[in-house]
Design a protein around this ligand. Structure first.
Ligand code: SF4
Length: 301
């Protein structure tokens, strides 16, 4: 936690030159049995309060609206605008009220995910939380998952590709991340995510607008064209500093790699520490023309 304080000081511009490792921060999974089908939790009132008076896009049946109408999109945009000045707690309460039990949360166990998880634990701990376990995650990331579960009592389901790393690399003649990282991400992340969110109406992510140009336009609430459900970004309007202040203040567990110069942490073959002054996501896919795994971008946009 001492290191987290150092991070916060650096973000506040109080770090001296001795803090050359100027860390870090961002968004973006101990083997466990693979769960083949995510089963949304049941609730006494499956549709939530006031369902009958709500447009369907604002109910757990939202996925039936695929593709959404112009009216649906306008409704989501309006709701997003209303939430623009809301706290992450209020946004997550909104998400739970409208979409639970068909509400999921995806997390790569970055600082944003840790903060969101801490809030979800207080509001509705039965939200289905999953991590895309590519088989290439850092040991530190997997250990963090265990610490978060102990602290908040929420299971973070590790969802894996059908092929193990060994099978995958054997079929492709070696590590695909070296030759075609886009395909590797498609096979080991996107395809898994597509399978996991089947049956959910909405999902939450830790995307923040100031992480990168590709995320700068992220709404608080919107339609996810790629996966065909509502997407909620409770921290879209937060800064890295706000995230780390919350982590420090509430002593939320975080990935120790952040104390070693890593800001955005993904799979170990595609992540390096960043130097002071580098972009938050500069350490992802170093040396390649790739800055996103594809989960949070719509193809062609
Ligand atoms: S981040 Fe790298 S190792 Fe992980 S799925 Fe993408 S290309 Fe493969």
């Amino acid at each position: 936690m001492e290191q987290a304080h150092r991070l916060s000081r650096q973000l506040h511009g109080e770090g001296g030159e001795d803090n050359a490792t100027a860390v870090v921060l961002t968004l973006s999974p101990a083997p466990q049995r693979t769960v083949q089908t995510a089963e949304p939790a049941t609730s006494k009132s499956t549709a939530g309060p006031n369902t009958h008076s709500k447009p369907k896009i604002l109910t757990p049946e939202a996925h039936l609206c695929h593709p959404p109408t112009e009216t649906d999109l306008a409704i989501l945009a309006e709701e997003s605008q209303k939430l623009e000045h809301a706290s992450p707690e209020e946004i997550i309460e909104w998400a739970v009220e409208h979409y639970f039990p068909k509400l999921a949360m995806a997390t790569a166990l970055g600082p944003e995910g840790c903060v969101i998880l801490s809030i979800v634990a207080k509001i509705e701990p039965r939200v289905y939380v999953f991590n895309l376990d590519t088989g290439y995650q850092f040991a530190e990331t997997l250990e963090l998952r265990d610490r978060l579960r102990e602290r908040f009592g929420i299971e973070i389901h590790l969802r894996r590709p059908e092929l193990s790393v060994e099978e995958y690399e054997r079929i492709h003649g070696g590590p695909v991340y070296k030759t075609n990282p886009d395909q590797c991400c498609r096979d080991r992340k996107i395809a898994v995510a597509r399978r996991v969110i089947q049956g959910f109406a909405a999902w939450m992510s830790g995307v923040r607008r100031d992480q990168s140009a590709t995320r700068a336009q992220s709404p608080i609430v919107g339609w996810d064209y790629k996966f065909g459900l509502v997407k909620i970004n409770p921290l879209a309007h937060w800064t890295a500093m706000q995230v780390w202040d919350r982590i420090i203040r509430e002593k939320i567990p975080y990935n120790p790699l952040h104390d070693r110069g890593y800001r955005s942490i993904g799979c170990w073959p595609c992540t390096r520490p960043v130097a002071p002054g580098e972009d938050e996501r500069a350490g992802r896919w170093p040396g390649m023309c790739k800055i996103e795994c594809g989960l949070h971008v719509v193809d062609g946009k």
